[in-house]
Design a protein around this ligand. Sequence first.
Ligand code: AMP
Length: 281
Amino acid sequence: MQIVRTIEEVRDAIGGASPVFLVPTMGYFHEGHLSLIRTAVEDQRSEPQGIVAVSLFVNPTQFNDPKDLEAYPRDVERDAALARQAGCDLLFLPDVEEMYPLDEGGTRILPPRVANRWEGEHRPGHFVGVATIVLKLFHIFFPDIAYFGEKDWQQCRVIANMVRDLDLPVWLKLCPTVREPDGLALSSRNARFSPEARRRAVELYRALLSVADAAAQGREFQQECENAKRRLLQAGFESVDYIAVVEEETLEPASSPGPGLRAIGAATIEGVRLIDNVPIG
Ligand code: AMP
């Protein structure tokens, strides 16, 4: 595995290799990240001339809270070892100056409407940063296939719509959420929990399952969302940003049970904000 830090080095390293399989990340790898890398490596098997690239960059423009950015866990050496083991060929580790030489005032991407609600509402500017960095990575790597996790469902839709709207020549592969045995979705932020908060954190997933269950049975799910919020607060969450049933393509709130719905939620425990989602039916 080659490790590079500049855009020029990426271009040199890729050379004429094709296809390019790209896994964008912010590091502190867990099985969720590794499942994306392994899926890319699997796709490379039938394309031995191809190259599996992983980018690791804690993107400041997608953090609306400077404290969250500062507290974001990092361990580049461990990540590099895990990426190598998983079969990555090229690891891109840029610093902030490489990705944003202009500091302030550079070009930003206005994300599609699907970014407006939920995470977009609770983390103003978040998807501007996500769309900007993902588009930059697409222009740096020109990937044939890029891999994203369903764990960040709204992010998947934002990127899919951006790819469609801007006619970007890339296929997206959306990979299933990897969970702990109790159901908690793996997240780099889980590293910040005390054992007690870790034990309780799974309640977000359970809450979404109960909402999804109500919706799948055609029951009134609005009330179930309210009950779920109350249960999370009782379980020790400090705040619940949203628990909702949405149309999975548009992220618009669902008005009645039906196909193509997803239960989504975001809540904070011990200062750690978690998001999760489950398909319905
Ligand atoms: P991050 O480093 O958190 O930006 O995540 C990098 C990629 O890994 C994104 O596409 C995430 O959606 C994906 N990812 C994060 N957690 C999980 C998980 N538990 N299961 C599957 N994919 C994940």
